[in-house]
Design a binder for this molecule. Structure first.
Ligand code: KIV
Length: 272
């Protein structure tokens, strides 16, 4: 029998306490058990099983084709690989079209994966959905600014909050999502000054991505952090490693070694 005490998993109360103490929250994505174990051991506070799964793992051009079954399979793997970080699973495109649909899909996610929370993209239209999920005991992370599930409606990927109308809409969305019960708010590609202002305005933590340093926490796609990409990462991501080059070198080495390791083996001579 093991004598080691298992590490306690962080809870939404721990995340709220970090915000109260002004302590920065470190969040990363992971999509499988091995990567989840590594980022967990390295000390992240929250792991997001993002629907960026669609781009970085499943090879889709956007996140739109990702299904609820895709998210559940990968979130369950991340749960098996991790033991400390609070886990958040993205609700994919089309899974939160109205509060009742969102509730039954989020219940499936909670039951079948063991994550602690779900994340959903959208502003004021998502307020009744956040209220419904929270009323049924589900912890929710909201997500505004650049919301990749709305890429076609938004007409591309770009910074939000640059003009006063857009800034005012983001402020209103942030206030309404906090009031609806979200326990954290992702701000993606929101101008740094506005992200800082929203962070100071809310008591729940803001988690920024491409939104400057003055958010309560930061999130990044793990592949962008470690250089595990075949195309350049977004401009705001600063890769800390070049894992793609390491993989290509190791595989190239293996291929060369395998081919050089012996002479030809002739085919058996067929009986005439
Ligand atoms: O899907 C994802 O990885 C995300 C983060 C980029 C915030 O939503």
């Amino acid at each position: 029998m093991s004598t080691q005490t298992p590490l306690k998993r962080l809870t939404t109360r721990d995340i709220a306490a970090m915000r109260r103490r002004g302590e920065a929250i470190a969040m990363l994505t992971a999509y499988d058990a091995t990567m989840a174990a590594l980022v967990d051991m390295a000390g992240v506070d929250m792991i997001l099983v993002g629907d960026s799964l669609g781009n970085v793992v499943l090879g889709h051009e956007t996140t739109l084709p990702v299904t609820l079954d895709d998210m559940i399979r990968h979130a369950a793997a991340v749960k098996r690989g991790s033991s400390r970080a609070l886990l958040v699973c993205d609700m994919p495109f089309g899974s939160v079209t109205e509060p009742a649909v969102a509730l039954s899909n989020a219940v499936r996610v909670m039951k079948e994966t063991g994550v602690e929370a779900v994340k959903l993209e959208g502003g004021l239209a998502m307020v009744p959905t956040v209220e419904r999920l929270v009323a049924h005991g589900i912890a929710v992370v909201a997500h505004i600014g650049l919301t990749p599930q709305h890429v076609h409606q938004m007409g591309g990927y770009y910074m939000h909050g640059k003009d006063e109308a857009s800034a005012e809409r983001l402020r209103a969305e942030a206030r309404a999502l906090e009031a609806a019960g979200a326990f954290a708010l992702v701000l993606e590609c929101v101008t740094p000054a506005l992200a800082a202002e929203i962070t100071h305005m809310l008591t729940i933590p803001t988690i920024g991505i491409g939104s400057g340093q003055d958010c309560a926490g930061q999130v990044l796609v793990i592949n962008d952090l470690i250089g595990l990409n075949t195309s350049p990462p977004p401009s705001f991501a600063r890769p800390r490693a070049d894992v793609a080059t390491i993989i290509k070198a190791a595989v190239g080495d293996y291929v060369d070694e395998t081919k050089a390791s012996r002479g030809p083996i002739p085919l058996p001579r067929r009986a005439e």
